[in-house]
Design a protein around this ligand. Structure first.
Ligand SMILES: O=c1ccn([C@H]2C[C@H](O)[C@@H](COP(=O)(O)O)O2)c(=O)[nH]1
Length: 161
């Protein structure tokens, strides 16, 4: 997976959104909250924590789209801080349940928001690597879904989202 390519695509999309929406202020905190929200939406589609329900997870395509929404904001946060030198999709050997992985990821985002360092940023990537593995998404699935959602995000901006 060419992570450099999606960092570049994200930078272009972010610039386009800032211009289209006339945003001049720093939106780092907003994007941090957006990432937490997207993580929750992803967890919700997997339904991994819904012990009170017999209904299964959403279709893989729905879960993958939520996954790459998170990836958009994760890339974007890295770009804002110059932490955009990740080269490979992060492989992580963690074997915890999805529920534990979501809790760890939420924690990693909060730690990063309180102390914006490259190490804390990379830890979030490792968490998403572990979630991808638990969901059986490989680097190519993620790349394809990212590109498709990136295009959709341009269309939404152009049609007055
Ligand atoms: O500066 C931004 C703002 C939004 N998005 C993208 C990421 C997600 O794919 C999508 C989230 O939009 P909602 O569906 O949550 O409105 O927007 C960006 O890439 N950069």
């Amino acid at each position: 997976m060419n992570i450099e390519k999606i960092f570049d695509m994200q930078k272009e999309l972010d610039d386009f959104i800032m211009k289209t929406q006339n945003i001049t202020q720093d939106v780092f905190r907003e994007k941090t909250l957006a990432l937490l929200v997207e993580l929750g939406e992803l967890a919700n589609e997997t339904r991994c924590f819904k012990f009170w329900s017999t209904k299964g997870p959403s279709a893989d395509a729905v879960i993958l789209e939520e996954f790459v929404d998170s990836i958009h904001f994760l890339l974007s946060l890295g770009i804002m801080k110059g932490f955009n030198d990740l080269k490979e999709w992060p492989e992580d050997q963690r074997e915890e349940s999805l529920t534990e992985l979501f809790l760890q990821t939420q924690q990693a985002i909060i730690v990063f928001s309180n102390d914006v360092t490259r190490a804390h940023y990379n830890e979030i990537w490792l968490c998403y690597g572990a979630i991808a593995k638990a969901l059986n998404f490989d680097a190519q699935n993620i790349m394809d879904a990212y590109i498709s959602k990136n295009e959709k995000n341009y269309d939404r901006q152009r049609s007055g989202y």
